[in-house]
Design a binder for this molecule. Structure first.
Ligand SMILES: [Zn+2]
Length: 294
């Protein structure tokens, strides 16, 4: 694997999406997520932490300034390292809340992902050195409405899709939706399909989740990675997943060897989205959907 650039969170080009609602953008740096801050009269919620202690300290510093004395909450869209492996830094300063499936992911899959990501190169290993896996302060089952004071934020577990514990955060008064890695902009959907270690990702369930989210018609969608957009981002991912499934299953029906399916579907998807990044994820997606073929 090529050496991955240092996934450093920089508080630059911060975008205000609505009053008291900003995003620290990923600047298209791999393994840096879009990070959200949502404020109400009494409290501020941080959505995703960046990877590692130093990045999360940067985010916490920014959040503390942004909050101006208001209480802090932090949540992660899912347990993957750049989204959640900084939450330990917020201990004592913020209340960390996640859904139950994600809390289980942190416990059961967290150590394996820490190990796997540390192997991605020196820059990532440095970011993850000394990281403690975070322990949530509050765990909810499916839904949690967080009252920040005059502004209620909806935390919703979607059920298994990109991971077991995916969570979507919406701010209804501003029409803003944070999706984590359920949605990327300008990038092929990330399928963490790594049998036998991790087979939680489900293309079919993900597709159903995307249909549901698109039905909510948010005006602003903040993807896990890539540029902020509108509800069109939701339909882009939905349509990609549908095409990936259909092209894969059509060939699977004819008992074509899996490697041939991968090659053909990959070519079809590249033709469909010649400008998208993350091409290596197409193969993982095809193999996942082969496994899900009835
Ligand atoms: Zn992820």
């Amino acid at each position: 694997m090529n050496e991955i650039a240092d996934p450093v969170v920089r508080v630059e080009q911060v975008r205000e999406l609505a009053g008291d609602l900003v995003v620290i953008p990923d600047r298209r740096v791999p393994l840096v997520p879009n990070i959200g801050l949502v404020g109400g009269a009494e409290a501020v919620l941080v959505v995703d932490t960046g990877m590692g202690t130093e990045n999360a300290e940067t985010v916490l510093r920014f959040a503390t300034e942004f909050a101006r004395g208001r209480r802090l909450y932090v949540t992660s869209t899912h347990f993957h390292p750049e989204h959640a492996f900084g939450a330990h830094v917020f201990a004592g300063a913020a209340t960390y809340l996640v859904n139950r499936a994600q809390a289980a992911d942190l416990t059961h899959k967290g150590p394996g992902y820490l190990h796997m990501f540390t192997g991605l190169g020196e820059a990532v290993a440095r970011r993850l050195a000394g990281v403690r896996l975070p322990a949530p302060d509050v765990v909810y089952d499916r839904e949690h409405d967080l009252d920040l004071g005059g502004r209620v934020v909806r935390l919703r577990a979607t059920g298994r899709a990109h991971s077991n514990g995916d969570q979507v955060v919406t701010v209804p008064d501003a029409g803003v939706m944070f999706t984590g890695d359920l949605v990327e902009a300008g990038q092929f959907a990330i399928f963490p399909w790594f049998p036998p270690h991790d087979t939680d990702v489900s293309g079919t369930r993900w597709l159903a989740v995307m249909a549901r989210l698109a039905g909510q018609r948010p005006s602003v969608v903040v993807p896990g990675h890539g540029d902020i957009g509108d509800a069109g981002l939701l339909t882009d991912v939905h349509d990609y997943l549908a095409a990936l499934r259909d092209e894969t299953w059509r060939r699977r029906d004819s008992a074509m060897p899996e490697d041939t399916i991968v090659a053909e579907v990959r070519a079809a998807m590249l033709a469909r989205h010649p400008d998208w990044e993350g091409r290596e994820w197409i193969e993982h997606g095809v193999r996942c959907l082969c496994a899900e073929h009835a």
